[in-house]
Write a protein that binds this ligand. Sequence first.
Ligand SMILES: Cc1nc2ccc(C(=O)NCC(C)C)cc2n2c(-c3cc(OC(C)(C)C)ccc3Cl)nnc12
Ligand SMILES: [Mg+2]
Length: 342
Amino acid sequence: HVCTEDYQQLTRNQNPSVKEIHPELDSLSFLPRILSENEMAMAFIAMLEDMNFISKFRISKPKLARFVLMVRKGYRDPPYHNWVHAFSVAHFCYVMYKNFGLSNYMDDLDCLALTVAGLCHDIDHRGTTNAYQKHFKTVLATLYSSEGSVMERHHFNQTLCILNSADCNIFENLSSENYERIVELMRDIILATDLGLHLNLVKDQEKMADSGFVKTNKKHQYLLRSLLITCSDLSDQAKCFSNSKTVANLIYNEFFSQGDMEKAQGITPSVQMDRQRANISEDQVNFLDRIALPVFRILGKLFPAAKPLEETVERNRKIWSIVDEGWREMKATANSSIDMFN
Ligand SMILES: Cc1nc2ccc(C(=O)NCC(C)C)cc2n2c(-c3cc(OC(C)(C)C)ccc3Cl)nnc12
Ligand SMILES: [Mg+2]
């Protein structure tokens, strides 16, 4: 169950509005990580309120409070894949809704699914990759590895468990048709956060952006939802460089811990997971070039208001490449100065 003082705290002060949480909460450049973890729980409720989803979908406030606290409890505390990451993803869904006029592209049910799935998409993450689950034949791998996307299937399953647990079913007042639909939407959205699956969708997302989004096209709707959750998952890279750098370091702390565990088991980790061999700036340039830039370029084609985000990712990529050059020069000169003693 959810600890009572947190629950009372969430339900007692009549939930502050988004403006009371922070006047810039809906800004493209707002940094959700500056909020405290308790403020994040209240902010999620305030964001649903601000999008009019609580009244439109007749969501019980006490159940929503319990749901949010159960989701928060469902996250562990690895350096990156934790409650703060979960909230930052849900927050970006809200920011896109408020700034891109998402309701002209998607039904409100889809927007609700996106925002709730954003909060739940990494629940119970252990700070290790799908490859790690399979390699070490973890319980999750035995459960899900036959279908792939091992962690993502677990995140979805955990979300369903919370929805079905006592007094947490925030969708109970939906029609049975809409209930089935939102569960299916959240499944697709959470599975779309698997890097492997994402890479299979990017080409089609590019084609859709070039040919023009057709709202009645079911394939386009699926591709758009997948794009939006991926952009939300990567939204820290579309903010100021100090935020991107801070987040990158959290990610490598998590990667290097996995690498340490792999070494302890006699396995050689991939370079980017090996604290002895990794080159963070080089890996970040590659990651932004191959993963983050493409999706924010597609977002910029679909939503003109997203252009500043695309430019920010470009700028962050440029800064990482300058950092990388600096590293290379230093290592080069370091070798030569050591040579001086021979
Ligand atoms: C700043 C930043 N650097 C990253 C550098 C490398 C990698 C990486 O996974 N390399 C290959 C594997 C085999 C180790 C991910 C990075 N990353 C992510 C991320 C994105 C994900 O998937 C979607 C959202 C679908 C793309 C899934 C997981 C993560 Cl951690 N989020 N931010 C970052
Ligand atoms: Mg994930």
